[in-house]
Design a protein around this ligand. Structure first.
Ligand code: WTA
Length: 653
C-alpha cells in the first residue's frame, strides 16, 4: 500500500488464475469495446450464450428508435435454458443452490434437481393456471428455493415475473399487481425470522380484497401456520406440484422479449416497473459474475441480498446459474442468533465470494468487531459490497478483519435499471482504494458529466454519473409508460447534443480517473440500501386524515446510511400534547401504505414548510436542518422566511 494514494494492490497469487489478471488485460478489453463496440458485444454474446437461433450479425445493436434500443436482433433463446439445461451435461450433480434457513435447516439443490423442480413449476403454471408467454406473474415470497424456482419457471414458459419484496405492505403489493396487470400471484404462507414465524399470505389476501386482475394465487406452504384459503382462487403448491411432469419444453424467446419487471422508486410519483429483456440481461449477468466475482468451477458463492431486489435477481439467481456456479441462498438475518452467523456460514460452506450491503457490514462491524476472527475464513477470495456508498471505516474492517488483508474488495456500483454492475474493480487486476467503485467495466461507457455542458468534469469536481452508449443489460422501458422512461433517464444530460443515460447519482473523479459515487442527486433516499422516493413516502403520510402538508428528506444515519426525516404540518394541532402518539399514527399509515422499510426515524411537527413564492418546497433547507447544519442559502426568497427559524427551534429542542 502506498501512503499517499492509499491504494491496495491485488493478491498476486490469486491473480495468476484470474480471468482478468492485470490492468493491461483490462485496458485491452476497454480498447476493444471502444474500437469495435458491436464486435465486442457480438463476440461475447456468441461465446457466453447458447442460442436456439443465432442473432443477425447485422443487428447486434439497433439504435434507430433511441432510447428504445434493441440488442441481438433475430436471436432466439431461453433464459431458464441458459441457467439450467445447458449445464446438465457437465454439472448434473453439482450444487446449483445451497439454501440455509433461518433456523439453520439446509437444502442442497443440484442442477438436475433444479431442472426437475423448475419444469414441474413451469408445468403447474401452464397447465393448472393457464399462464402463457407474456403474462405477468407477481412473486411475493420469502427467501426459499421455491422463490428462485418460480422466477425460472416463469422464464421457462416466457411469462414475465415481477418480484415484490416481502417487506412491502398489502397496498404496495396491490399497486404493483394492478400496474403490471398480473393474473397470478405466487406466495408462501410465511417463513421464519429470528426463529419466529411471520406471515405473507394474509398480506396477499388484503391486497386482493379490492378489484385486481389476479385470478389465481399459488401458496407454497413453508411454515405451515394457519392461513385462510379462498376457494377457486388459492391453491397449494405443495399439493399441485406432486402430479406435474418433470419435463417442460422451454419457450423459444426473441432476444428482446421481456424477461421481468421490477418496481423501483423514482424521484416523483409512484414506483416504476423497470423492464428487462432476455438476451442482453442474461449476457451481462453472466459476464459480470465471471469478471467481478471471478467465480471458479468449484467455488461456492454467497450473496446475502433478498430476491425482492435487483441484486437478488442478478446475483443470486440469474448470474450465478447462467455461469453454472453454486449459489448460496439464506433465509435468515445476518445478526441472528448473533453477529457471527455469516462468518459461521462462510466457514461451514467454505464460501469463496461473499457479497453484501454496506448496512450489513456496518451492523456486523458494530455488533461483532472480533467475531470474524473466531472462524476460519481462509476460503474467502472476493468480498463485494453494493447498494449505497460504503464509508472508509466499514471498508477497512471488511478488508482487514473479514478479508484478512488477503481478499479483493469489489465496491460494485449499479442500479435496478442497469441490470448488472457498471462501475467496479476487477478483483485481481484493479488496485483498489477504500470506498471507491474505481472504473467502468469494459464495454460500459460510464462517464461523469457536467449536466450543463455535457463535458467530462475535471478531477475533484462533482458531476452526474452517466452512461453514454447503450449496453445490453440496460433498462428497456418503464412498464406501460414510455414517456416516463424517456423523461426519467434521458432528459437531464446531453453529450454532443445527444441525450445519454443518467443514473440519478452524483460522482467525482480522482487523479487516477477513479470514480467515487457521492449519492443521489434527486429526491430518492437510500435507507439500508433500499431505494425509496420521498414523493412516495409523502403520499403515504398524506393519507393520515390530520396531515395538511408534509416534506420528507434523508438524514445521515450511522448504520442505515440514511434515515427518513419527515416535516409534518397538522391540520389540527390542538391535541399535539402527545407527539409520540401522533408519530406512531403516522408511522402506522406508512407501514400500511408501503411497509416497515419506509418508517420515519424522525418526525417534526412544524407550523409550516419553507416554500418559495411559487410554492416549491425548499428541501435543501430541510435537509440542512435535519443534519443540524447551518443554513447557507438565501432564505429571503421564501414566502415566509420566519418559518425556517421556527422549524430549527422545534428540531433542535
Ligand atoms: C446506490 C442496487 C454507492 C446508488 C444495485 C444507485 C451505490 C442506487 C452503489 C441503486 C455503490 C448502488 N456505491 N452507491 N457501490 N451501488 N448504489 O436500484 O444511489 O436498488 O442509484 O440497485 O443505489 O439502487 P437499486
Amino acid at each position: 500500500m502506498s501512503e499517499t494514494t492509499e491504494l491496495y494492490y491485488p493478491n498476486r497469487e490469486l491473480a495468476k488464475e484470474a480471468r482478468i489478471k492485470n490492468m493491461c488485460e483490462y485496458e485491452d478489453l476497454v480498447k476493444w469495446a471502444e474500437e469495435d463496440y458491436e464486435g465486442f458485444w457480438a463476440h461475447y454474446a456468441k461465446e457466453k450464450l447458447d442460442w436456439f437461433e443465432l442473432f443477425d450479425e447485422e443487428k447486434v445493436l439497433d439504435e434507430s428508435d433511441f432510447p428504445f434500443v434493441k440488442w441481438f436482433g433475430g436471436g432466439k433463446l431461453n433464459v431458464a435454458y441458459q441457467c439450467i439445461d445447458r449445464h446438465l451435461d457437465k454439472r448434473k450433480n453439482k450444487a446449483a443452490i445451497i439454501w440455509e434457513g433461518d433456523r439453520g435447516d439446509k437444502r442442497i439443490i443440484t442442477y438436475l434437481e433444479l431442472y426437475q423442480e423448475v419444469n414441474r413449476f413451469a408445468n403447474l403454471l401452464k397447465n393448472e393456471f393457464g399462464v402463457k408467454k407474456g403474462d405477468r406473474v407477481v412473486i411475493y415470497m420469502p427467501m426459499i428455493p421455491e422463490a428462485a424456482f418460480a422466477m425460472l419457471a416463469c422464464a421457462r414458459i416466457g411469462a414475465i415475473h415481477s418480484v415484490v419484496f416481502g417487506g412491502f405492505s398489502a397496498e404496495a403489493l396491490r399497486d404493483r399487481i394492478i400496474d403490471a396487470e398480473a393474473k397470478v400471484v405466487i406466495t408462501a404462507d410465511g417463513a421464519y425470522r429470528k426463529d419466529k414465524p411471520y406471515m405473507l399470505k394474509p398480506v396477499v389476501d388484503v391486497a386482493l380484497e379490492e378489484e385486481t386482475p389476479v385470478e389465481k394465487v399459488l401458496v407454497v406452504e413453508r411454515n405451515n401456520e394457519e392461513i385462510a384459503w379462498v376457494k377457486g382462487r388459492d391453491y397449494s403448491y405443495n399439493e399441485l406440484i406432486q402430479t406435474q411432469s418433470a419435463t417442460c419444453k422451454p419457450e423459444v424467446m426473441e432476444s428482446e422479449d421481456p424477461l421481468f419487471l421490477l418496481y423501483t422508486s423514482g424521484s416523483t410519483g409512484k414506483p416504476k416497473g423497470v423492464q428487462h429483456n432476455q438476451a442482453g440481461y442474461i449476457l451481462w449477468a453472466q459476464m459480470t459474475m465471471e469478471w467481478v466475482f471471478d467465480v471458479k468451477e468449484n467455488d461456492t458463492y454467497w450473496c446475502t441480498a433478498d430476491i425482492g431486489w435487483i441484486t437478488g435477481h442478478t446475483y443470486i439467481v440469474y448470474g450465478p446459474l447462467a455461469m453454472g456456479a453454486t449459489t448460496v441462498m439464506f433465509e435468515g438475518v445476518p445478526t441472528y442468533p448473533d453477529a457471527g452467523r455469516p462468518w459461521k456460514m462462510v466457514e461451514e460452506y467454505r464460501i469463496n465470494q461473499f457479497y453484501t450491503a454496506p448496512t450489513a457490514i456496518r451492523v456486523l462491524h458494530k455488533m461483532g468487531e472480533e467475531e470474524p476472527s473466531k472462524y476460519d475464513l481462509s476460503s474467502l477470495k472476493v468480498l463485494g459490497t453494493v447498494g449505497e456508498p460504503i464509508d472508509p471505516p466499514a471498508w477497512k474492517w471488511y478488508y482487514e478483519v473479514v478479508g484478512g488483508g488477503r481478499c479483493a474488495i469489489v465496491d460494485t456500483y449499479w442500479q435496478t435499471e442497469t441490470g448488472g454492475h457498471i462501475v467496479s474493480p476487477l478483483p485481481f487486476a484493479t488496485p483498489i482504494k477504500p470506498a471507491c467503485a474505481t472504473l467502468p467495466l469494459p464495454g460500459i461507457f460510464g462517464e461523469i458529466l457536467d449536466p450543463q455542458t455535457g463535458e467530462r468534469v475535471p478531477v475533484g469536481e462533482k458531476g452526474y454519473m452517466c452512461v453514454t452508449k447503450p449496453w445490453p443489460s440496460m433498462i428497456r422501458g418503464v412498464w406501460g409508460d414510455p414517456e416516463r422512461f424517456k423523461k426519467s433517464y434521458f432528459g437531464d444530460v446531453k453529450k454532443n447534443g445527444k441525450p445519454v443515460y443518467f443514473t440519478g447519482d452524483g460522482a467525482v473523479y480522482d487523479e487516477l480517473g477513479y470514480i467515487t459515487i457521492t449519492g443521489r442527486t434527486d429526491d430518492v433516499i437510500n435507507v439500508s440500501g433500499h431505494r425509496l422516493g420521498t414523493a412516495e413516502i409523502e403520499a403515504a403520510i398524506k393519507k393520515h386524515p390530520n396531515v395538511a402538508e408534509v416534506a420528507v428528506v434523508g438524514k445521515p444515519h450511522e448504520i442505515k446510511g440514511e434515515s427518513i426525516f419527515a416535516y409534518v404540518v397538522l391540520k389540527d394541532d390542538e391535541g399535539l400534547g402527545d407527539e409520540v402518539a401522533e408519530m406512531k399514527a403516522i408511522n402506522a399509515v406508512i407501514k400500511s401504505e408501503i411497509g416497515n422499510i419506509a418508517l420515519c426515524d424522525d418526525i417534526a411537527f412544524v407550523p409550516g414548510l419553507p416554500k418559495t413564492r411559487s410554492g416549491k418546497i425548499m428541501r435543501r433547507i430541510l435537509r440542512a436542518i435535519a443534519k443540524g447544519e447551518p443554513i447557507t442559502q438565501d432564505t429571503s426568497t421564501l414566502e415566509d422566511p420566519s418559518v425556517v427559524e421556527k422549524i430549527q427551534t422545534i428540531v433542535n429542542k
